[in-house]
Design a protein around this ligand. Structure first.
Ligand code: AHR
Length: 346
């Protein structure tokens, strides 16, 4: 009678010990398998949220570098300030992330912080716009658009259109609502237009930044209309600016469209992701849009997978892009002996 409780106590202790041992084995196994399948930590510095293009780009990155795809993503919005992006990069370095992905606001001013990332052994992938650094080994690779080619294609489309409509080059009066000054998208698109204006003899009346936003596009266009009465083409460096510019043109009692000879003001732009802009394209309020593809997430994912597997990705990875237009007459344009089809939207 006196021994039974003792036996029960021993059996109980044994049971507790066995469970404890098993649970410690289980938790070790879990730790092991966690460390085997450790998430890849990525710090992503996005420059801001100025446009619909940017929103689509951020969404693409967040869904590709997701938990389900094995990523621990630290996302920072730079709020349109390079200083915020530099701070974010320094924080990523301190956190010892596995990769840094940088969508830079402007091209210059990155040498020091990228050197710090390199010294810390963290590969940096640049997306969308470029960085202008003395030492290109400061970043591993880049993925994005050929902005100058976008501008050249648009200029070639304007050339084809005005030529086929019988408009003399000196009667082409263009204003350019530029993007954020110093960004690759602005630099390339502005260069594409100004070189063409010089080569074809167009009258490039004025250029001013609309910061890639609808509100600034509206303001800049209103001031152009106030200052110049002969504008017949508005080159907007993104769709948000074009929407603002169209508002300003209509508010001034003028008509938008491709019928320049009959007093319409032609609007052309870049991106092709904004629903309102695509609707304006169908209506003929925007005559041509040079596509800028924002869906970089899966591409960055692929680049990281290549690096994780010990591979070396291409340094520069260009995204293929097209031209959209509702003007049926121009079906292709040629730039540097390469012919690009135009997607006619109806
Ligand atoms: O860098 C890409 C450009 O930035 C897009 O054309 C514009 O809409 C965005 O804000």
């Amino acid at each position: 009678m006196g021994k039974k409780p003792h036996m029960v106590a021993i059996l109980l202790l044994l049971a507790i010990f066995t469970v404890a041992c098993r649970s410690s084995i289980v938790s070790e196994t879990t730790q092991e398998s966690t460390s085997e399948k450790k998430d890849v930590t990525v710090g992503f510095s996005q420059l801001g949220a100025e446009s619909d293009w940017r929103a689509a780009n951020t969404e693409s990155m967040l869904s590709a570098l997701s938990k389900e795809n094995g990523f621990n993503l630290i996302y920072k919005n730079g709020q349109q300030k390079q200083a915020n992006q530099v701070t974010a990069l320094r924080m990523f370095i301190q956190q010892e992330v596995d990769y840094i992905v940088l969508a830079p606001e402007t091209e210059t001013g990155w040498d020091f912080v990228l050197q710090e990332a390199k010294d810390a052994g963290i590969p940096v992938i640049i997306v969308d716009r470029r960085v202008d650094v003395a030492d290109r080994s400061l970043y591993t690779c880049w993925v994005g658009s050929d902005f100058e080619l976008e501008g050249q294609k648009m200029a070639a489309w304007i050339h084809e259109y005005t030529r086929s409509a019988g408009i003399a080059p000196e009667d082409v009066h263009i204003v350019n609502i530029q993007g954020t000054l110093g960004s690759s998208a602005q630099l390339g698109r502005t260069r594409g237009l100004s070189n063409a204006a010089r080569d074809y003899g167009w009258d490039l009346i004025a250029e001013e930044s609309g910061e890639f936003t609808e509100a600034r596009g509206r303001e800049v266009m209103a001031s152009f209309l106030h200052d110049y009465d002969n504008i017949n083409i508005v080159y907007c460096e993104n769709d948000n600016e074009a929407i603002g510019a169209i508002d300003a043109i209509e508010a001034a009692g003028k008509r938008v469209g491709s019928d320049i000879q009959n007093g319409e003001i032609m609007v052309v732009s870049f991106d092709g992701i904004n629903a309102q802009a695509l609707e304006y394209l169908r209506q003929g309020k925007i005559s041509c849009i040079a596509e800028c593809n924002p869906l970089h997430g899966p591409r960055v994912l692929e680049l990281i997978e290549t690096l994780e597997a010990g591979g070396t990705p291409e340094k520069y990875n260009y995204v293929p892009e097209t031209l959209f237009s509702s003007v049926p007459e121009i079906t292709s344009v040629t730039v540097d002996d390469v012919t690009y089809e135009v997607d006619i939207v109806s």
